[in-house]
Design a protein around this ligand. Structure first.
Ligand SMILES: Cc1cc2nc3c(=O)[nH]c(=O)nc-3n(C[C@H](O)[C@H](O)[C@H](O)COP(=O)(O)OP(=O)(O)OC[C@H]3O[C@@H](n4cnc5c(N)ncnc54)[C@H](O)[C@@H]3O)c2cc1C
Length: 277
């Protein structure tokens, strides 16, 4: 849609050119959400496109994803064989309810900064133990763990004017075995629950990441694989019955049921040697 409150679009070649921040400014990434509804409080868009950050950089340390990397570009990435969890990238890209236009325009950073419960780039990066690099306007860059970034439905730790610069997925997490489960009320609908489990190849640890069913990502870390009962207790203790996200994409009770069901499936799957490889 046309945003008739916008009076200026800035196209800086470097983020440093935006030294002052005021109410009414908004970073513009793919624009798929910004242009989807009126932005009555916004008068200036600052387009990230001209920053020309390299979308994907692979190194022995892991994968660095620019916030401006398109979801379609990330989808095409294929990692080395030892990154057993790399197929999670496609699973999570496919979890974005998206038309052709959204798929090709939406960015990884825009999805994370929207901070919706069903943000699949949040699911992916939290499950893979990512670190986000944030660029404040008036201070040094800071790193935050992906699991600490989203604070609630459409809420996060970004301060006014702060820019998400990039996402680092560590090679150690990319090398883990994984299991993925997702459900939606409609075939191409927004996720009601998206649960990912990862496990080191040489240990019997388990990391369960719950997204979409809760307002913010919830992660359960076990040093040793839990029994079904231990997992159930840990889930109930960590997420109270009213801690699930109730919306048109599923009631809280339904999402609780899915979460419990999927978490147990994942536990059982990853307990089998060689599964999720
Ligand atoms: C029909 C439809 C269906 C959708 N379905 C889903 C869905 O299933 N799940 C979901 O999560 N979202 C969904 N969305 C919302 C949105 O399209 C996606 O979240 C998308 O990934 C946003 O990315 P973008 O690059 O287009 O962000 P933009 O629209 O450009 O920006 C989104 C917000 O993030 C801010 N922002 C963007 N990049 C940065 C950055 N690097 N640093 C700081 N702030 C930044 C912007 O200022 C803005 O507030 C849907 C939207 C539509 C219209």
């Amino acid at each position: 849609m046309n945003l008739n409150t916008i009076t200026e679009v800035k196209r800086p070649a470097s983020a440093d050119q935006i030294t002052q921040w005021r109410a009414g400014y908004a970073w513009l990434a793919g624009g798929t959400w910004l242009y989807s509804e009126p932005q009555v409080l916004t008068d200036t868009l600052i387009d990230l496109d001209a920053l020309l950050w390299p979308a994907l950089e692979r190194s022995p340390a892991g994968l660095d994803i620019a916030a401006t990397c398109r979801i379609a570009e990330l989808y095409r990435f294929s990692g080395p064989a030892e990154w057993r969890a790399a197929p999670l990238i496609r699973e999570c890209c496919n979890a974005l309810l998206a038309s052709f236009k959204i798929w090709n325009a939406a960015t990884v950073g825009g999805n994370i900064c929207m901070s919706l419960p069903a943000g699949p780039m949040i699911s992916l990066t939290v499950a893979l133990e990512a670190t986000y690099t944030l660029w404040p306007r008036d201070a040094s860059p800071r790193d935050v763990r992906a699991v600490d970034f989203v604070t609630g439905n459409h809420g996060n730790v970004l301060r006014p004017g702060e820019l998400l610069r990039g996402i680092h997925l560590p090679a150690a997490a990319l090398s883990k075995r994984f299991a993925f489960r997702r459900a939606s009320l409609t075939q191409l609908g927004r996720s009601a629950a998206l649960v990912i489990g990862t496990r080191s190849t040489a240990a019997d640890d388990l990391l369960i990441t719950i997204t979409a069913a809760t307002p913010r990502p919830i992660q359960l870390r076990f040093e040793h694989a839990p029994s079904a009962m231990e997992l159930r207790h840990a889930l109930d203790e960590r997420i109270q019955a009213d801690g699930y996200f109730n919306d048109v994409h599923g009631s809280a009770a339904y999402k609780r049921h899915l979460t419990t069901y999927f978490a147990e499936q994942i536990r059982a799957e990853l307990a089998q040697p060689g599964a999720g490889a």
